[in-house]
Ligand binder design. Structure first.
Ligand code: ADP
Ligand code: ZN
Ligand code: ZN
Length: 734
């Protein structure tokens, strides 16, 4: 067209907390691709933007529009499908589109970095003269060990694999290279042919579930594999993954915590060779990006990762698996708030592919969806190994003198199991030495300076720590109130339990696994390795050990202190307690011996404790679900929570009052309940006061209507450094 300028316009998403996109002009002579990143002038500086659409918008004032700087990518970093998914998330979770889109990228690409080709060095063995081999074997056993490991793998070993063989691999590999015993090359791992010979034959239930799933796999469908601990769910996942691989499709396999589930990584490697990438938050940004890139390029076919791996790109995604789907870590609680399970279901729907959820203790939401026949439901009620998971036995701790947190009867059982050369698991979800520091004279307690929370005594550090904000102070020598020096500690944490057990059972190894005792993956691997060696051992841990491990030598598990859950203000506390109880008890008796499971309580007559002792998970889940129905709580209602925090409670509350004001007309019209603003459960946290405003309604459509009508006004209420507010759709806690 004559007179038309060479420029066109484009809208960009920028990762800032504003609910809008930004227009810039771009030069038309180059190829313009949706999903590529540009450097954009913004305010005084520059920002990275993601190109969403081009247009010849007349509505934009040409003289005011700025020109985009360079394009950072040759190819889109986000596919149109992921942009559509992010757009849905932004709409459903009421989060700013720019922030959601950038959250879908690996961290490495969220800034203006150029993409880098990902190449991985693989070391391979040369054919060795016998003489050289013998010299290496005799003179440098550690080099020899590396050499053997390389020779044993068909496609060579990369840095992280070598590191697993010997953490000082670098020097050893150098020496071997100098001797010409090995060489490296840039290479893609070849898809290894897996050893399909020794696969266990699926039992009846597994085979039924597998074949029924298969027959519904041609399209979008949600499947819940509801199988007791150790019933062989993972084996079913593996078969389904293999089928996808046979059809040259890719699979996303999400687990709650992978840095730690090294056992699963080993299992996947054993089965699928090097055809998978791993991604989790303990890796560097660069490593996460490499995993993302290798999956995107189709170099690997399985993405095994935590929550954010859900956003891995793939042109031929065939299946999403979410293991331990009930796990709370799938809900992101800061930044962009979303539930990875629910977003995964949406993604599967958009791609018209199946999604598989698995758990021994499925969430009430998922069970409810099965009952309403929205999901396919498969149950595995037996273990392929000989023994069923043990029934939970209550130990009444009223009127007994506990030693190191254990009742005499529990100690006797521990003694018995260790004496039989077996392993025992003690679960105590409280780290540190003691949770309460108190003046014996006046009852004063040591409270965090910045939070409404008690400080925990950490004896090894000789400090009191706040588990919410990290505040630390020396152990006080006198009461903060009355100067009395008789300061005592009460309650028991894992640190104290470990000391006590070492004293009580000096002839057995005691391993503690919690965030304080495990500072690296190597730590964890070492301890878990010791455990897998077999032999008697006492394992103490927090929720870190309740997840996803299979230790055949554990024949007894005990939950030491679960009573707080009975009095928690959270309506989800009972669901969580029950899930934990079944997960922990399910760790024992997986091998060739029956297991025992105990739970100590001061309230053995409490209906929930009675249920734990006498009913299976599904029965208890039914009861809790009925209660929720009566109370009008999820899964029978949807919750949208507005949260505000400020330097004073008044400011936080005022902000929520403003929001409530914007909602008022709509909530009345649609008869949706609006509760608050009220102070949050822990009102003061990290020095800020927190309040909340809750929308709750049984009818999702009405709730959505309220939000659709009110959000434009609410979005214009600014969040400032002084008073921040966020919205949390499908909030887990009230
Ligand atoms: P889950 O994932 O339900 O906890 P796993 O898949 O880890 O269960 O299986 C528990 C144990 O039983 C594992 O050691 C696994 O190798 C073994 N197993 C699973 N399926 C079978 C089977 N069909 N025959 C024999 N052993 C099996
Ligand atoms: Zn005092
Ligand atoms: Zn604190």
């Amino acid at each position: 067209m004559p007179g038309k300028s060479l420029n066109c316009f484009a809208s960009f998403a920028i990762a800032i907390p504003l609910y809008r996109v930004f227009d810039y002009s771009i030069e038309e002579h180059q190829q313009v691709l949706v999903g590529t990143r540009y450097r954009l002038p913004f305010g005084q500086g520059s920002r990275t933007g993601l190109l969403l659409a081009t247009h010849n918008s007349a509505s934009v004032q040409r003289d005011r529009i700025k020109a985009a700087d360079e394009c950072l990518d040759q190819l889109p970093v986000l596919s149109e499908h992921l942009i559509a998914l992010a757009t849905w998330m932004s709409d459903y979770y009421l989060q700013p589109i720019g922030e959601v889109l950038f959250q879908c990228l690996p961290r490495y690409l969220r800034t203006a970095r150029h993409e880098k080709p990902v190449r991985v060095k693989y070391w391979r063995a040369n054919t060795l003269e016998l003489e050289l081999r013998e010299t290496i074997e005799k003179r440098s056993p550690r080099q020899h060990q590396i050499l053997l490991a390389i020779e044993q793998s068909s496609c060579g070993l990369n840095a992280s694999q070598l590191k697993a063989v010997n953490s000082n691999w670098h020097g050893l590999v150098r020496s071997l290279e100098a001797k010409k015993a090995i060489r490296w090359e840039w290479s893609k791992p070849q898809s290894t042919t897996t050893t399909l010979e020794n696969l266990p034959e699926l039992n009846r239930e597994q085979a039924d579930a597998f074949s029924q799933m298969e027959s519904n796999f041609g399209r979008f469908s949600v499947h819940l594999l509801d199988g007791i601990t150790g019933s062989g769910k993972t084996e079913v996942y593996f078969r389904l993954i293999q089928n996808q691989l046979d059809q040259h499709r890719q699979v996303i396999y999400l687990v709650p915590e992978i840095g730690l589930t090294s056992q699963l990584v080993e299992r996947v490697r054993h089965r699928f060779g090097e055809q998978f990438a791993i991604s989790h938050s303990a890796l560097t940004e660069r490593q996460q990006y490499e995993a993302w890139e290798r999956f995107r390029q189709g170099e690997v076919t399985i993405m095994l990762g935590t929550r954010s791996s859900l956003f891995s790109q793939s042109a031929r995604l065939g299946l999403i698996i979410i293991d331990e789907e009930h796990d709370a870590s799938y809900k992101q609680e800061d930044g962009i708030r979303y539930h990875a399970r629910d977003v995964a279901i949406k993604r599967a729907q958009m791609l018209d592919i199946p999604i598989l959820l698995g758990s021994a203790t499925p969430s009430l939401e998922s069970l409810n969806n099965c009952q309403r026949e929205h999901y396919y439901w498969y149950r595995l009620s037996q273990r392929p190994t000989r023994y069923e998971p043990p029934r939970i036995q209550l130990i009444d701790t009223r009127n007994v003198r506990k030693e190191h947190g254990c009742s005499p009867y529990l100690l006797q059982r521990i003694d018995h199991h260790l004496g039989q050369d077996n392993q025992v698991l003690l679960y105590l979800n409280r780290r540190g030495f003691a949770p309460v520091i108190m003046c014996h004279e006046c009852g004063w307690q040591s409270i965090c300076r910045y939070c409404d929370a008690r400080l925990t005594l950490h004896q090894s550090l000789n400090r009191l720590l706040c588990h919410h904000c990290g505040f630390a102070q020396p152990v006080p020598s006198a009461c903060g109130e009355c100067d009395n020096t008789d300061i005592r500690h009460y309650g028991i944490g894992t640190e104290q339990l470990e000391q006590g057990m070492k004293k009580r059972f000096p002839n057995y190894p005691v391993l503690r696994i919690d965030r304080d005792s495990i500072t690296s993956r190597d730590d964890f691997a070492r301890k878990m390795g010791a455990l897998r060696q077999g032999g008697p051992c006492l394992l103490i841990g927090t929720q870190m050990i309740a997840k996803g491990h299979d230790y055949p030598a554990i024949t007894m598990s005990a939950i030491l202190d679960a009573d707080q859950a009975l009095f928690s203000a959270s309506y989800r506390a009972s669901e969580r307690l029950v899930q934990t109880a079944f997960q922990v008890s399910g760790r024992s008796g997986r091998g060739d011996q029956a297991g025992e499971a105990y739970l100590q309580t001061d309230f053995p007559d409490h209906p929930l404790m009675q249920a734990l002792a006498n009913q299976d998970y599904r029965k208890i889940a039914d009861t809790i679900t009925r209660e929720r129905k009566m109370l009008g709580f999820p899964p029978y209602a949807r919750v949208v929570m507005f949260r505000a925090d400020a330097l004073s409670l008044r400011q936080a509350t005022e902000k929520l009052d403003e929001i409530k004001h914007c909602l008022a007309a709509s909530t009345t019209r649609h008869q949706v309940k609006c509760i608050g603003p009220i102070p949050a459960l822990m009102t003061r946290r990290i020095g800020r006061y927190r309040a909340q405003l809750c929308l709750i309604g049984p009818d999702t459509h009405k709730l959505r209507s309220v939000l659709r009508e009110s959000m434009p006004a609410i979005e214009s209420i600014k969040s400032t450094q002084k008073v921040k507010w966020v919205v949390d759709v499908d909030a887990l806690d009230l």
